[in-house]
Write a protein that binds this ligand. Structure first.
Ligand SMILES: [Zn+2]
Length: 237
């Protein structure tokens, strides 16, 4: 499996790599920092250029298929063995990072403070969605949680990433609240820790401190039937 550069450094904007497989418009690299559509977080876009002839290819979709991160480009032309330079669309990625950390923060409040179960999330560069299991459909309560999240942002807690031995981690079920179907066969588990508040097993990209999220604004809440509530929020700079 290719080296996953974004797990070590979410702020890496460009890198060099080698094409290990090219099937038409679907490219696999020996290492990549393009985040694949996964865990309810949308994929990165950007550019891949061939170092030999300077030709530039737009990355339009990134997904994970049978363990490999596959980059869909806008035209054919790259071949296995090509040395390439890759640039992430940073504006899009940074928004996704801010939304991802914001979703952990909001979920952490629902979960740790009010013992409510998060059932899913969908994060795009424009909007965040969190699904939760809550008996009463109480919009004022949801708004209160968003206010509390903004108070946390004002405290500007750091967001730390480190690894924990899997056997050690399994003793703390709170680490797996957001990680549905997280691969448990790994030896070391990547932890995203909003310092002093909420730690989760997570493979995604996050900002380094809560201030970077900006301000969270409640957009709407939808009643999806029996105990299922869907919350939408946006971020302001
Ligand atoms: Zn996450």
């Amino acid at each position: 499996m290719a080296d996953c550069l974004y797990t070590e450094n979410s702020y890496l904007k460009e890198f060099d790599a080698k094409v290990t497989s090219a099937k038409g418009k679907y490219i696999i690299l020996d290492k990549t920092s393009f985040y694949p559509n996964s865990g309810g977080v949308e994929w990165d876009t950007g550019k891949i250029s061939n170092r030999k002839d300077g030709k530039v290819y737009n990355v339009i979709y990134v997904g994970k298929f049978e363990g490999d991160i596959s980059h869909e480009i806008d035209k054919e032309g790259l071949n296995a063995g090509d040395e390439v330079h890759c640039v992430i669309d940073w504006e899009r990625r940074y928004k996704l990072m801010r939304y991802h950390t914001a979703a952990h923060l909001i979920s952490g409040i629902f979960n740790r403070k009010y013992n409510l179960l998060i059932t899913g999330n969908q994060l795009t560069p424009d909007k965040g969605r969190i699904d939760l299991n809550m008996e009463k459909f109480d919009i004022d309560f949801i708004k209160k949680i968003i206010d509390e999240a903004n108070e946390f942002i004002n405290k500007d807690l750091s967001v730390d990433i480190y690894y924990k031995d899997i056997e050690e981690a399994k003793k703390d079920p709170s680490l797996f609240k957001l990680a549905v179907g997280f691969p448990h066969e790994v030896k070391n588990l990547r932890i995203v820790d909003i310092r002093g508040f909420d730690a989760q097993a997570d493979g995604g990209c996050h900002v380094k401190s809560l201030k970077e999220i900006g301000k969270i604004t409640f957009l709407e809440a939808i009643n999806k039937g029996k105990n299922n509530r869907r919350i939408y929020f946006i971020l302001e700079d």
